[in-house]
Design a protein around this ligand. Structure first.
Ligand code: SF4
Length: 197
């Protein structure tokens, strides 16, 4: 595989949030910032300094690249830790625990890469929320693995075909930095108008 054939792990997170947003970002190359993306970028800039060390009994490595030949994935992990022989990824996120499960999917994809790279089984990961300073445990369950693999398949198809998924208005749109470019409510209104005439 060429490096360009790999799917960015972050695209799975975006697809799970909104397939249309994923298409805009990874097929059209569109991006716009809002308060949430700026806070997220600033957090990752602080976290993404390659380094290795120990924190008490826990071995840590930051900003390491992960890759899976089997699933065609590539991406940078914020933090990988090993405690008592347990290896697991830790993904940093701004804010508090989110209402959606797209972050869990991203941690699962990192675990799939780590398993392939190390030969070890990964049963857990964590999401660290910067605002609450709390870690949320992510069980790398069979159901989450299935969901991650299905999302990898869907994103692969999206990137290969470039076919636009519909923009469907939902409560996620209010936090989406591409809302102004997408205007899902206006598009739906125009469609309804066209159908009526
Ligand atoms: S505004 Fe809504 S439909 Fe449009 S890309 Fe964002 S989340 Fe998706």
């Amino acid at each position: 595989m060429n490096d360009t054939d790999y799917i960015p792990i972050a695209s799975l997170n975006q697809y799970a949030y909104c397939a249309h947003r994923c298409w805009r970002m990874f097929c059209l190359g569109e991006f716009a910032d809002n308060q949430y993306t700026i806070e997220g970028t600033s957090l990752h800039d602080r976290v993404h300094t390659l380094g290795e060390g120990h924190r008490e009994e826990t071995w840590q490595v930051r900003a390491i690249w992960l890759k899976s030949e089997r699933y065609g994935l590539i991406g940078k992990a914020d933090l990988i830790e090993e405690t008592d022989g347990r290896l697991y990824p830790v993904e940093y996120k701004r804010g508090k625990r989110g209402e959606f499960d797209n972050d869990e999917l991203q941690v699962c994809a990192q675990a799939l890469c780590l398993e392939e790279m190390t030969g070890k089984s990964i049963s857990q990961g964590y999401i660290y929320y910067a605002q609450s300073h709390q870690r949320q445990l992510v069980e790398i369950s069979a159901a989450l693995r299935e969901q991650a693999i299905a999302t990898i398949t869907a994103v692969t198809t999206l990137l290969q075909t470039g076919k636009m998924p519909p923009a469907v208005y939902s409560k996620r749109c209010s936090g989406c930095s591409l809302h102004r470019a997408c205007l899902p409510q206006a598009v739906a209104k125009v469609s309804r108008y066209k159908e009526a005439i």
